[in-house]
Design a protein around this ligand. Structure first.
Ligand code: ADP
Length: 165
């Protein structure tokens, strides 16, 4: 069974991420979308909430599992017996850092390699950070986020604003 991991912060999942998920899932028997938990960063959504939102969006795609991990990615891949890490590349500016991480991950786990998918041209500008800015200013989110989670993102941002965040 060919298993790949698509790691990220997904705070929140965007249409750019979803595009990569759909394309990558066609190349493998199983794709694990893994929310990588970085204890130093507090996000908009808690990791469990991100997992729940992603699960909702991918619920009708057959070969996707959604998980969260606090491990090093190379160790997580070993644990899950995955040989491939999938990354989306939006611009050359992503490239340098991503190649560096791919080399490090391969050093830590020689059984794992990284495959890059170019972002769909519609989404090269899109990041979770851009989405958070858009929500703040009440912009239409339908070009940025899967429709199933738009309300959740708006509600979360309002909650944050109410609390003075
Ligand atoms: P960000 O916070 O930058 O949106 P994440 O850390 O959640 O991103 O990204 C997870 C993975 O998804 C990374 O490989 C990243 O390059 C990729 N990615 C992020 N946004 C897009 C997009 N719009 N199109 C394609 N790939 C993307």
């Amino acid at each position: 069974m060919k298993t790949a991991i698509y790691p990220g912060s997904f705070d929140p999942l965007t249409l750019g991420h979803l595009n990569i998920i759909k394309r990558a899932s066609m190349c493998f028997d199983k794709l694990i979308v893994c929310v990588m938990v970085n204890s130093k960063k507090t996000g908009l959504f808690a990791p469990e909430e991100r997992v729940e939102l992603i699960r909702r969006v991918v619920s009708n795609l057959p070969n996707i599992e959604v998980d969260a991990s606090t491990c090093l990615l190379a160790d997580y891949a070993r644990k899950r017996r995955a040989r491939v890490i999938v990354k989306g590349l939006r611009a050359m500016s992503d490239f340098e850092m991503e190649v560096q991480m791919a080399v490090v991950n391969r050093k830590l786990n020689p059984n794992v390699d990284t495959m890059f998918l170019p972002a769909n041209e519609k989404y090269t500008y899109l990041s979770s950070t851009v989405v958070k800015e858009m929500v703040r200013y009440g912009a239409d989110l339908s070009d940025f986020l899967p429709r199933e989670i738009i309300q959740d993102v708006k509600d979360k941002m309002q909650e944050l604003v109410r609390r003075g965040g």
